[in-house]
Design a protein around this ligand. Structure first.
Ligand SMILES: Nc1nc2c(ncn2[C@@H]2O[C@H](COP(=O)(O)OP(=O)(O)O)[C@@H](O)[C@H]2O)c(=O)[nH]1
Ligand SMILES: [Mg+2]
Length: 647
């Protein structure tokens, strides 16, 4: 079944509430004060069964300007409007203001009821209708039918019903496959049930038992029960008027203006980027940083508007990209409509569309930011995704993008495919998405950092990964970085070894002098055999600085010519092989080896003997049992030394 919401609009006392009662039998004025004063103060609700069986929800709004805030809360979720104009009065101030608001909220479907026709002559009605038609011609309701009715005599009511039906059939269906989102317009207690909230479901499907989060307060709850138009249901779809019974929430903890959604689906924000269109009236001006009231969903939020281009003012009929900086956290979604009223006196000055829900604070007139907002305004999902990616220096996860775009995952797949095929986006490891420009900037930064490093330290293995991560940007997190490194490895750009990354084609190249020095160092170690020299001893022996020896030793290790024992201590690979052979053959023959026996065998001192045995323990050639060394059965693969075949 289709679910549509009709909202009323029009000047106070023009007969909205009476007309709804004539259509539905429901008196939407429910507050005691409303009944006593005969005037709508807050939103009223009814349901209307249309000739084809569609049940439309009706939101009856107050017409008095003092209650415009309530009107705005009610009108935000509607599919079409029933604009009520009393034939005896014609267009009045709130008729015009409501028309402005409808335009700002982009409500294009509607029916105009010219009511109270029982009070005036036909000629008068003709004149009023002509006036109404010309007023409407400049608005989003230019083509709306005008139906003459009287709630008192019932004249025209059937024609009105038919007009509403045909207008309903022209409205677009809402997206039921998004996560559900309900801007709350009423909160009350039902004895025996607890807290109930109502609203027009803006998106998605809500079900009994669903977990939910109340935003921006972040209270967690669950759906205990659901009603649509007073009937118990198991689930409700976008566009329905629903009443949700919340588990474990006190009435005082929720108020009109909050939104409920699945946990994590929405994020509270303090700023948003918007496209603001000013109304034509002379009072519709805005100064930079002016304090205003922004109405979106069912909420009114106080804050300041920062004009993002070079202008200091927005004048009547102008438009501009603006950042709203709120005084308290609120929630909204990309594409939501809003209305802006001046702080004092309260006047509707403009409205528009939310372009970004959690932006940075922008620098005024930044051309990149303005281009980006223009793409967001065009609103094509692929443009938005592209700009999202352009502004994600560490890429963005697939689900994160789906959430930001407010599109279901399946739809995002399609949009993404376009960008992938078009060579605009790239999907690197897992679900991480990058804009090619962002990715190539990162790749450039990586390669230039590595090139500079290799040039400066030709004898070092590469840059420490943690340091590289920092070089790529302060916001680069570990997961994004490791995804990037494996992407670059697959692309043949880098090699990653242990804690280092280096350019894939980087080899440690020694000049002739360095090669000769390395050979001499090797000879020193070969001659010393088990009596490991210190770096300083080696340096003195080869008459070179200790630094140079250390660097060349590192190269020697890379080439498999040296084995590291511990800090500053190395065996030449030949020594390592000889010692290993002596130990294994001795143990094979005698069954075990003590430090003393090894010392004698090697004709060395106890310290060198112990150092050697502990080294072979550490690489799991031997194992210590009491005072004796045994062989470890499964031999480690130290025979596959790169140096053996490389040289
Ligand atoms: N004669 C006549 N009076 C009407 C008609 N519709 C509404 N009224 C009266 O107009 C007044 C205002 O109506 P109401 O529905 O409260 O207006 P609202 O402020 O737009 O909701 C009430 O006294 C109604 O009885 C109508 O079609 N004919
Ligand atoms: Mg009323």
């Amino acid at each position: 079944m289709k679910h549509k919401i009709i909202g009323t609009a029009g000047h106070v006392d023009h007969g909205k509430t009476t007309l709804i009662q004539a259509l539905t039998g429901t008196n939407t004025d429910r507050l005691k004060e409303e009944i006593e004063r005969g005037m709508t103060i807050d939103l009223g609700f009814a349901s209307l069964t249309l000739p084809d069986g569609t049940v439309a929800g009706i939101v009856d709004v107050p017409g008095h300007e003092r209650f415009l805030k309530n009107m705005l809360a009610g009108i935000s979720g509607i599919d079409l409007v029933l604009l009520v104009i009393a034939a005896d009065e014609g267009i009045m101030p709130q008729t015009s203001e409501h028309l402005d608001i409808l335009r700002l909220l982009d409500v294009r479907n509607g029916v105009v009821a010219l009511t109270k026709i029982d009070l005036v002559e036909k000629e008068w009605i003709d004149a009023v209708e002509e006036d109404v038609r010309s007023q409407l011609s400049k608005t989003s309701l230019a083509d709306a039918p005008i139906i003459r009715v009287s709630a008192t005599t019932g004249k025209g009511i059937d024609a009105l019903r038919k007009a509403l039906l045909s207008s309903v059939s022209r409205t677009k269906a809402r997206n039921a496959s998004l996560p559900f989102r309900l801007p709350v317009d009423r909160v009350f207690t039902r004895t025996g049930f607890g807290t109930v909230v109502t609203g027009t479901l803006a998106a998605g499907t809500i079900r009994v038992g669903d977990a939910l989060e109340i935003m921006p307060t972040r209270l967690m709850s669950r759906v205990r029960g659901l009603q649509v138009h007073g009937n118990k249901v198991e689930s409700a779809e976008a566009g329905s008027r629903v009443a949700v019974n919340l588990v474990g929430i006190e009435t005082v903890e929720v108020e009109r203006g909050v939104q409920i959604a699945p946990p994590g689906a929405l994020r509270p924000t303090l700023i948003c980027d918007i496209l603001l269109r000013m109304l034509p009236g002379e009072f519709a001006t805005l100064g930079d940083r002016e304090r205003v009231r922004l109405h979106t969903g069912t909420a009114e939020i106080l804050g300041r508007l920062r004009i993002l281009d070079e202008r200091a003012h927005l004048k009547p009929d102008e438009r501009g990209y603006v950042q709203f900086r709120a005084e308290e956290a609120f929630v909204c979604a990309r594409g939501d409509r809003f209305v802006v009223r001046s702080y004092s006196p309260m006047q509707t000055i403009g409205g528009g569309i939310i372009l970004e829900t959690a932006p940075q604070k922008h620098k005024k007139s930044d051309p990149v930011m303005l281009t980006d907002l223009a793409a967001k305004e065009r609103g094509r999902p692929e443009d938005i995704l592209e700009s999202l990616l352009l502004n994600a220096p560490t890429g963005i996860a697939f689900m994160e993008a789906a959430k930001n775009l407010q599109v279901p995952a399946a739809e995002l797949e399609k949009i993404l495919e376009m960008l992938l095929v078009g060579g605009i986006a790239r999907k690197i490891t897992g679900d991480r998405l990058f804009h090619v420009t962002v990715l190539s900037t990162l790749t450039d930064r990586l390669t230039s950092t590595l090139q500079a490093f290799h040039a400066q330290f030709p004898l070092r293995a590469g840059v420490q990964k943690e340091e590289m991560r920092g070089r790529l940007g302060s916001t680069m997190d570990a997961r994004a970085f490791s995804a990037l490194v494996s992407y670059w490895e697959r692309a043949g750009i880098v090699r990653s070894e242990n804690a280092f990354v280096r350019l894939a084609d980087f080899k440690i190249e020694l000049n002739e002098r360095q090669n000769r020095l390395l050979e001499r160092i090797e000879q020193v170690y070969i001659d010393c055999r088990i009596a490991v020299p210190t770096i300083e001893e080696v340096a003195a022996e080869v008459k070179s600085p200790a630094d140079a020896v250390t660097s060349l030793l590192r190269v020697g290790i890379e080439r498999g010519r040296f084995m590291r024992i511990k800090d500053g201590m190395y065996y030449h690979y030949e020594t390592h092989l000889n010692l290993k052979a002596s130990i294994t053959s001795y143990i094979h023959a005698k069954g075990g080896l003590t430090v003393g026996a090894f010392r004698d065998l090697m004709q060395t001192n106890r310290t060198y003997a112990l150092t050697a045995l502990e080294y072979f323990d550490s690489i799991r050639v031997t194992r210590r049992v009491g005072d004796i060394r045994e062989l470890v059965e499964a031999e480690p693969e130290i025979s596959a030394q790169p140096g053996e075949s490389a040289k």
